[in-house]
Design a protein around this ligand. Structure first.
Ligand SMILES: O=C(O)CCC(=O)C(=O)O
Ligand SMILES: [Fe+2]
Length: 371
């Protein structure tokens, strides 16, 4: 059940905008982040995303991370969360990184997949500074259907509480709520770096897990690697848009399908990664249906079951997680009871930056999908 009240408010531009509130303000009287509660602009539409030249900051980064991880700061600690994926950083504020440090962060993300920053003031620097920070890494993605922050369509809203169970309800007919995906991978130039900040963290539960798609690729046998390197898979935004329409939500950009190489090369590291995910990848182009279904089932199972190349992160007050969608898949873990005030409210805001048009092996590139 989602509690969605529709009201008319006046935006900063003084233009009346039809804004649906996806929360109940009665239960948030004490909440510090009411300005970030989920809303839906039910009026503004966007044309298809246009091609752009992507400037990967990781390409100009110092490969020894001398600015981001310099040893001269004793309170700064960077530690690997697992051998293959995830690094945790303490003693460094994202909000005060200079450009060289940001370049190195982009490279660290390309190498480690996920970087978790603890004790951050990022959520308190305001919408504009958060957007400016993210924009350094690439153009900001506007989600085609999701809830967002008032007056900031670029800030995707992730909310699950007693007054809005939409996120849980979408998966209520399944045995598990987990759903590995790479953010909006159906886009022509799909996301590189995503920045997720949690504003409210359940005392227990609500972790996020990531799988390394570089490790997932490297585990495969050579014959399967060779087969996959010559193939593209279709990623579709249609089920998401159809689901939103069915649930009474507004579609602000029309869905598309894109055929991406199954094995993608990261431009900064040259590493190969599997670029398919259970969330958006629908079929392997050029195979018969049964072949495609069987192969995707095998690969999805491999990604989901790969506990030995995954990392699961417990959120703390002040945690900000960044990941590179080109080489990872991730899932929220909705294991808490929203009706239990001791567990209940999980609220996060996500900034997602667009990146390169995927390149595969032997120059295989993405192409527009069929209707
Ligand atoms: O809430 C999380 O942990 C992740 C959410 C997510 O994957 C998304 O919104 O794309
Ligand atoms: Fe996601």
């Amino acid at each position: 059940m989602s509690t969605t009240a529709t009201t008319t408010v006046t935006t900063e531009a003084a233009a009346p905008t039809k804004l649906a509130l996806a929360f109940n303000s009665e239960i948030h009287k004490e909440y510090k982040y009411t300005d970030y509660l989920p809303v839906y602009d039910n009026e503004t539409t966007f044309p298809p995303l246009q091609p752009f030249e992507f400037n990967d900051r990781a390409l100009v980064a110092d490969k020894k991370f001398r600015n981001l991880l310099s040893a001269d700061n004793a309170s700064r600690k960077a530690s690997k969360l697992t051998p293959s994926i995830g690094t945790e950083i303490r003693g460094l504020q994202l909000s005060s990184l200079d450009d060289r440090q940001k370049d190195e962060l982009a490279l660290l993300l390309a190498e480690r997949g996920v970087v978790v920053f603890r004790d951050q003031d990022f959520k308190d620097i305001g919408v504009q500074k958060q957007k400016d920070f993210a924009r350094y890494f690439g153009p900001l993605h506007i989600h085609p259907v999701g809830a967002h922050v008032k007056d900031a369509l670029e800030i995707h809203n992730i909310y699950l509480g007693p007054d809005n169970e939409y996120r849980a309800g979408r998966r209520s007919n399944r045995l598990t709520s987990t759903g590995y995906h790479s953010d909006v991978s159906y886009e022509r130039q799909p996301p590189g770096i995503t920045i997720l900040t949690l504003l409210s963290v359940p005392p227990t539960g609500g972790d996020t897990a990531w799988a390394s798609q570089t490790a997932a690729y490297s585990r495969l046998s050579q014959p399967i690697k060779t087969l996959l390197e010559g193939l593209r898979a279709e990623h579709s935004g249609f089920p998401q848009a159809e689901g939103a329409t069915r649930d009474g939500h507004f579609v602000r950009r029309q869905p598309i399908k894109t055929e991406h190489p199954i094995v993608r090369i990261h431009p900064a590291t040259g590493q190969k990664a599997l670029y398919i995910n259970p969330g958006f990848t629908k079929r392997i182009v050029g195979l018969k249906d049964e072949e495609s279904d069987a192969l995707l089932k095998l690969l999805f199972k491999h990604i989901i079951n790969g506990q030995d190349f995954q990392v699961r992160v417990r959120w703390e007050e002040g945690t900000v997680a960044l990941w590179d969608n080109r080489i990872t898949a991730h899932t929220a873990i909705n294991d808490y009871d929203v009706h239990n005030p001791q567990e209940g409210l999980r609220h996060g805001i996500r900034l997602t930056t667009l990146a390169d048009k995927p390149t595969g092996v032997n120059g295989l590139t993405s192409q527009a999908g069929g209707a």
